[in-house]
Write a protein that binds this ligand. Sequence first.
Ligand code: AHR
Length: 508
Amino acid sequence: MKKYAKMIVDRDFRISEIDRRLYGSFIEHLGRAVYTGIYQPGHPEADEEGFRRDVLRLVRELNVPIIRYPGGNFVSTFRWEDSVGPVDRRPHRLDLAWRSLESNEFGLDEFSRWTSKAGADIMMAVNLGTRGVADACHLLEYCNHPSGTLYSDMRAANGRKDPYRIRTWCLGNEMDGPWQFGSKTPEEYGRIACETAKAMKQIDPSIELVSCGSSNSEMPTFPQWEATTLEHDYDYVDYVSLHQYFGNRDGDTENFLAQPVRMDGFIRTVIAACDFVRAKKRGKKDINLSFDEWNVWFHSNADDDDTMANRPWQQAPSLLEDHYTFEDALVVGLMLITLIRHSDRVKIACLAQLVNVIAPIMTEKDGGAWVQTIFYPYFFASRYGRGVALEPVLTSSRHDTSEFSDVNDVESVAVWNEEKEELTIFAVNRDLKDDIVLTTDLASFEGYGLIEHIVLESDDLKAVNSADAQNVAPKAVNRTETDGRCVTSVLHCASFNVIRLGKRHKEA
Ligand code: AHR
C-alpha cells in the first residue's frame, strides 16, 4: 500500500496557547552538569564568576525559558543552606543519590546568577525525602520573602537584596521510587506534600506548586499514585509531574521510534487521574501537567552502574553522558510533537537534562563545548514552537512494530505565531525506508507562503556528533511547494522536518 500523510490545519482548531515553559530544561548536581559543565573557574572560556561562556552561548541559542534545579534524585538529601554564604565555609557533603562528593562551591545564589545570564527562570525543587515542611519554608523565605526575617536577611547578607521571586516549585522528586532517599507511600507523600504546599502558599501565595507524580508510567503504583496523592494535596497544588525516558535497548529502531506513543498514553492517563480527583472533590480548578523530565536515556546505563558501584566517591564523575545518535534525535522530535499536541494541559516540560548529563550540550573539560544530535529538534521547537498549537487533523498510513500496533508513519503538529503571522509545521517521518509526501490543507491561512523547509536527516541512524565532527546537523531543502491552499512536502525517510510558512503581504 502506498504510504501517505494528509493533514488539515485550521486557525480555528486551537489546542491552546503554548506556555513558554513547555521548552524548559534541567540542571542537576549530577556528574559534570555543574562542575566542568556550566561552571569551571580557570577554564579559558570562564567569565569572572567561573561560568563557561561557550556553554552560556549555546544555552541562550536554545532560548530555554525555565530550568529545574538542583535535582532530581540529588534534591532528596540536599541541604540548601550548605550551598549559600561564603564559599570557604560551605561544607563538603556526600551526595547519596549519585554516590558523589558535593563541595557546594556552586550553589543557589550562583545558579540564580547563572540563569540570569542564560535568560532563564528557575524551577526550584524542595527536599521532601530526608527533610520536610520547615526546610521547604525556610528555602522559600530565603528566595522570595522581601526582608526583615532570618532567611530573607541571610540572602541580603549573601549579596542579593531583592527577592528572587521564583514562581514554580517542585514538591520533592520521584517520591514513589524505591531508589529515592526518603521515598514514600502515596498516603505519606500526599500528606507531606499537602502540608508543605499549604505552608509555602501562606508564605508566598503567588507561587505555583508541582506535586510529584509517578516516576514513570511503568511504576506498579501508577496511576493510583496520582489519584491518592492528589486527593490529599489537590487544594494547594497546581501541577502534577510526569517523567519518562526512552531507549533503543534491543536495537529495534522501528519499535524505538514508536515509543513516544507511550508518552501520549501516559499524558492522557494522568489527565484522567487529575480530572477524576477534581470531579470527586467537586473541585473548581484543573490540575495541569508538568512533564519535568523527558528524554532518551540508555546509552550510558551500564557505565554508570559500574562507576557508582566500583569507583571511589569523587566530585563530578562522568555520569549519564549519553552520546546521542541521529535516531535519538528523531525520538526527541516525536516527543516534542507529543508535548505540543497536549499543550492544553501540559504547561511545563523540561528536557532532562541540559549540559553533559543526558544533554543536548556537551563540554570537554580541557576543550570547547559542542552540540549533540538532540540539540536540533529542541532548538527548532523552542524557536518556532511559540504561539498557538493547532489540532492537526492528521491521517497517515500506519505500521505495526514489535510492541505497538497502528503507529502513524508520519506525526505532525502545527504552531501558529499570530503576532508574527507565521505558521510552523513540525513533522517526523518514522518510516525507515520510504520518503512520504505530507499534504497539508491550509485553507484558513490564505496568503501564507513558504519561508523555509529545514530537515534533520542522515543515512546513518547511528550517526553521532562529537567535539570534532557535526555529522548530524540541520539543512534547508527544496522539498515543499505551496499552491495557496495546499502545502505539499516530501518528508525524507527517517527525518525531522520544520516547515515554516508566513503571511505574504501584497505590495501597496
Ligand atoms: O535525570 C536523571 C534522573 O532521572 C533524575 O535525577 C531523576 O529524577 C530521574 O530518575
